[in-house]
Write a protein that binds this ligand. Structure first.
Ligand code: ZN
Length: 272
C-alpha cells in the first residue's frame, strides 16, 4: 500500500505523458489571462501592512514554478536525460493536473507570479526560473543552476502533486545529501523547509500531507533541483491536485493568493 501510494505520487508530479497533458495548452492560456486580473490585490490583506512583515531588502530569492506550458508539445526536449549527480533524470516533465484539467504548470506559474509581486514589494531581488507559462523547460539541473548563479539566499520550487485521490494536504521536500555536491545546503535547507512548512500551514490552513512525509516534511535524493543546488533550497507540493478538496483550493484565485502570501511569510521568517 505504502509503495503504491508513493509510486502514484511520484508519477503525478514527476512523469510525462499523462492523458490530460494534451489538454494543458488551452488550460495554460486561460490561467494566464486569469493571472492578469486585478483581483489579487483587492483580496490581499498584506498589502496594507507590507512593511510590518519585515523587509527583504538586499535578499536574493529564486522562485522556480514547476514544469512549463510548452513541455507537453516538446517531448523531444523534455525527455532528454540530464545529470543530477546520483543518476540521470528527464530534463523536465509535463506535471500533473486536476481531474478537470487545471494544469500543474498553470497553477505553479500563477502562485509564483503572485509570490514574486509580494517579495519584490518587500524589497527582495527575485529571479524566476522561467519567464512565462508557454515555453519549454528549463531542465531541472538548469533550474538549480539559475539559483546557484544568482547566489540565491533561498530557493523555492513550487509544485502541485498528482497522488491517489484520497490523499490530501501539502508537503515540503528537503534535499538529502549528495556526496561532494550539496552537503553545504542541507542544514540551511532544513531551516528553510521548517519555516516554509509552518508559514504555509498557518497562512492557508491546509493540513500536512496525509500520504507522504512526516509532519509535512519529506526528504528526497532524486530531484535534480535539489541535488544540483548549492544554495538553500526546498520544494513545496502545495496540495494533491487529484484530491477534490485540495483541487478546489488550488483552482481558486483566492486560494492561490493565500498560498503566495503564506510562502512570502516563509521567506520572511527564514531570511529575517
Ligand atoms: Zn511538479
Amino acid at each position: 500500500m505504502g509503495m503504491a501510494v508513493l509510486a502514484g505520487a511520484l508519477t503525478g508530479c514527476g512523469s510525462g505523458g499523462s492523458p490530460s497533458a494534451s489538454a494543458a495548452p488551452p488550460t495554460a492560456t486561460s490561467a494566464a489571462s486569469r493571472t492578469g486580473q486585478p483581483s489579487p490585490e483587492d483580496s490581499s490583506p498584506s498589502h496594507g501592512s507590507k512593511g510590518s512583515q519585515g523587509s527583504l531588502a538586499g535578499k536574493v530569492i529564486v522562485v522556480d514554478p514547476g514544469h512549463n506550458g510548452g513541455n507537453a508539445a516538446h517531448p523531444e526536449i523534455i525527455n532528454k536525460k540530464v545529470d543530477v549527480y546520483n543518476g540521470r533524470k528527464a530534463c523536465n516533465t509535463t506535471g500533473t493536473s486536476t481531474d478537470d484539467n487545471y494544469s500543474e504548470h498553470a497553477f505553479t506559474w500563477d502562485v509564483a507570479t503572485r509570490l514574486v509581486k509580494i517579495l519584490r514589494a518587500k524589497g527582495a531581488k527575485v529571479v524566476l526560473t522561467r519567464p512565462n507559462d508557454t515555453g519549454v523547460g528549463p531542465c531541472v539541473d538548469e533550474r538549480a543552476r539559475i539559483g546557484n548563479r544568482a547566489h540565491a539566499d533561498a530557493v523555492l520550487a513550487i509544485h502541485g502533486d498528482g497522488a491517489p485521490a484520497k490523499g490530501h494536504g501539502f508537503h515540503i521536500i528537503e534535499p538529502a545529501p549528495i556526496k561532494g555536491h550539496n552537503e553545504s545546503i542541507i542544514a540551511p535547507s532544513r531551516r528553510l523547509g521548517g519555516d516554509m512548512r509552518d508559514a504555509f500551514h498557518q497562512g492557508t490552513g491546509i493540513p500536512y500531507s496525509t500520504y507522504l512525509g512526516k509532519n509535512g516534511i519529506d526528504v528526497r535524493s532524486d530531484l535534480g533541483g535539489l541535488n544540483v543546488s548549492t544554495r538553500p533550497a526546498v520544494f513545496i507540493e502545495c496540495g494533491n491536485m487529484r484530491n477534490p478538496g485540495d483541487a478546489a483550493k488550488m483552482k481558486s484565485p483566492q486560494g492561490r493568493q493565500k498560498m503566495a502570501e503564506a510562502l512570502a511569510n516563509g521567506f520572511a521568517k527564514y531570511l529575517g
